[in-house]
Design a protein around this ligand. Structure first.
Ligand SMILES: C[S@@+](CC[C@H](N)C(=O)[O-])C[C@H]1O[C@@H](n2cnc3c(N)ncnc32)[C@H](O)[C@@H]1O
Length: 238
């Protein structure tokens, strides 16, 4: 049976279903998938809490990780028995919930965003998903101001999903923050298909291309690009 938890937005109790405006992965599940990525998105599936977080992001004009990309985050957090994770770009909490669901039961997600309003919603989503406040450390600020304050080698996974022009700097910070064997994940590296188009020379695409190249060429990372969602650059620190 579908749980229908109470959700309050700006002080008004709301049924969660009210916010569901994006079709759920479940709703496309039984239909024949026309290609691999559609199948992967439907396979990931999302519950009412994730659907709500996604709908709220949509209302704010934010992109959230797709269900398939979220399931990769959960997988990587679980595979690494992640206890300490840094997320750059809280949004309304879609990726945060996926990460928390893969992390150890005593794990803490440190999540950073410049927008306090986004984090206010994410905080409620984390509570609706059943995570105690002690499971999250929500920091409001610019990524490149906050990351230098975090401890060296103390994290199992760093997830980057904010300003693409800062991907390179965030990858450098991740190398310092991660323990050996820890994983970096950067979302959106396919740049909507522009990454492989040599004529695309905008600042965002150039930065992403440079980040992908330098991670691949570095002796310090073991990299792979996973094409789920907007494309995930993943790399394990040696
Ligand atoms: C794509 S949304 C994140 C979506 C979220 N990861 C999810 O899947 O639910 C990007 C977020 O990054 C935040 N952001 C943009 N630039 C930032 C920066 N320089 N430092 C920290 N956060 C930033 C935005 O406010 C926005 O909430």
């Amino acid at each position: 049976m579908l749980r229908e938890p109470r959700f309050t937005l700006y002080g008004h109790p709301q049924p969660l279903r009210r916010f569901v405006i994006v079709p759920s992965a479940r709703s496309i599940g039984p239909q024949p998938a026309t290609n691999g990525s559609q199948f992967a998105e439907a396979y990931a599936d999302e519950d009412i809490v994730l659907q709500t977080a996604r709908s709220l992001a949509h209302e704010l004009g934010l992109f959230s990780v797709t269900p398939a990309a979220g399931s990769v985050l959960r997988l990587l957090a679980a595979a690494g028995s992640a206890k300490a994770v840094v997320e750059i770009g809280t949004g309304t909490g879609v990726s945060g919930v996926w990460l928390l669901r893969g992390m150890r039961a005593d794990g803490v997600l440190t999540t950073i965003d410049v927008e306090n309003e986004h984090q206010r919603i994410a905080r409620r989503i984390f509570a609706e998903a059943g995570f105690a406040p002690s499971r999250t450390r929500i920091i409001t600020g610019r990524a490149l101001d906050v990351l230098p304050r975090l401890a060296d080698g103390a994290y199992d996974l760093v997830f980057v999903d904010a300003d693409p022009t800062e991907f390179g700097a965030c990858a450098d910070e991740a190398l310092r923050l991660l323990r050996p064997g820890g994983a970096l994940v950067i979302n959106g590296v396919l740049a909507g298909g522009r990454i492989a188009d040599p004529s695309a020379r905008d600042v965002e695409t150039l930065t992403i291309r440079e980040t992908v190249r330098s991670v691949r060429e570095s002796e310090e990372w073991i990299p792979a690009v996973i094409s789920s969602g907007g494309g995930l650059l993943t790399a394990v620190k040696r």
